[in-house]
Design a protein around this ligand. Structure first.
Ligand SMILES: NC(=O)c1ccc[n+]([C@@H]2O[C@H](COP(=O)([O-])OP(=O)(O)OC[C@H]3O[C@@H](n4cnc5c(N)ncnc54)[C@H](O)[C@@H]3O)[C@@H](O)[C@H]2O)c1
Ligand SMILES: [Mg+2]
Length: 333
């Protein structure tokens, strides 16, 4: 317990103190990206994210005739319980501190014996720790790339060493990385749950209902509005389940809830501008698909009526929770 507290304190110090963070880079580990795609190596059926030391990076940059100024673009993404700091660096983006410093993708891939692969493609083939670190890293790198100028003065902003903020030197406005809150709700009428699909989903996949919070809304208001907007139902009861950082389409905080509607009020009015389809599914139907979703059962014969989101997605956890704990008592909304 004490160790956990210590490493979180250490992380806080690195975010705030530029000198401490620079020192941590000397012994830290770096994850590399190229235009927001992480460097990965294939190992059996999984992708692995290799780590590199500062020395290895300096050698790599030297090999390609680059100075080490690009290292100033690296961002702190976490640290181990043993206080080894982890950083991410994008070798393909041209930030203000590294004009013309971007490296050729194919040459770096050969030198590092890996490939830069889009996170949308690789996320579900990573272990939980790498998936979480790379999602954080991509979100932070993307935010820095998109916030290089002050929106008030138009002047270049300067990142601190850890990348926890950017400051405009001309007016001292501080910019912090943005997260967009999204609620994701599994609606139930007591015996069935509501699953929906958007045309952008992979073929056959159904998920829980999601929507961005509007400015000024509480989570409860967002849940009520999204459910009314997308399927025309009125929420009776609602309770919080869990949350997850989600990197697509950019940095969102998914806040997962269970909601119930009254048994007599289940007629769907599907908003076809938002959704391609929405339907009620029984617990048995969902349980069967969940079992089939498991990689070890995918060879099983028999048609699967629909698919559910992968295990890593909070939508999957929410659906699994509903199947396994049907009678958890909801709180009034
Ligand atoms: N991790 C999971 O299990 C899981 C499951 C489902 C959805 N999601 C994520 O939830 C998010 C929202 O779902 P949705 O598409 O149904 O939302 P939604 O119903 O709010 O519809 C999306 C629309 O909202 C608007 N919008 C408002 N604020 C926005 C903002 N800050 N950023 C982008 N668009 C904004 C845009 O017009 C956009 O087209 C998506 O990013 C999706 O990737 C995650
Ligand atoms: Mg939606």
């Amino acid at each position: 317990m004490l160790e956990i507290r210590l490493h979180l304190r250490y992380l806080f110090e690195l975010k705030e103190d530029d000198d401490a963070c620079k020192k941590a880079q000397q012994t830290g580990a770096f994850y590399l990206f190229h235009n927001l795609a992480p460097l990965l190596q294939k190992s059996e059926h999984q992708y692995v994210a290799p780590q590199h030391s500062l020395l290895e990076l300096e050698r790599l940059l030297g090999k390609f005739g680059q100075d080490s100024q690009i290292l100033e673009d690296s961002v702190l993404i976490g640290c181990s319980e043993q206080q080894e700091a982890w950083f991410a660096l994008d070798l393909g983006l041209n930030s203000s501190s590294s004009i013309n410093a971007s490296l050729q993708k194919a040459e770096v891939e050969t030198a590092l014996q890996g490939s830069f692969i889009k996170l949308t493609k690789a996320l579900f083939e990573l272990n939980v720790k790498d998936a979480s670190l790379l999602s954080t890293a991509q979100a932070l790198l993307r935010w820095h790339d998109a916030h290089q100028f002050c929106s008030r003065s138009g002047q270049p902003t300067k990142k601190n060493v850890s990348g926890s903020k950017r400051v405009c030197p001309s007016n001292n406005i501080i910019y912090y990385p943005q997260v967009a809150p999204v609620v994701i709700t599994l609606v139930s009428d007591g015996t069935r749950c509501l699953l929906v699909r958007q045309s952008s989903f992979p073929k056959g996949m159904y998920s829980a209902l999601a929507g961005f919070c509007d400015i000024g809304e509480s989570l409860e208001e967002t849940v009520r509005r999204e459910i009314a907007e997308e399927v025309g139902l009125e929420v009776d009861r609602l309770h919080y389940s869990a949350s997850q950082h989600w990197p697509f389409p950019h940095s969102t905080l998914m806040i997962a809830c269970h909601a119930t509607v009254k048994p007599g009020q289940t007629e769907l009015q599907v908003n076809l501008r938002e959704l391609e389809a929405a339907a009620w599914f029984s617990r048995d139907e969902v349980a069967t698909v969940l079992r089939r979703n498991h990689p070890s059962n995918q060879q099983q014969s028999g048609a699967v009526p629909f698919r559910l989101p992968p295990k890593l997605a909070i939508a999957h956890q929410l659906i699994k929770e509903w199947v396994e704990k049907p009678t958890c008592s909801p709180l009034p909304a």
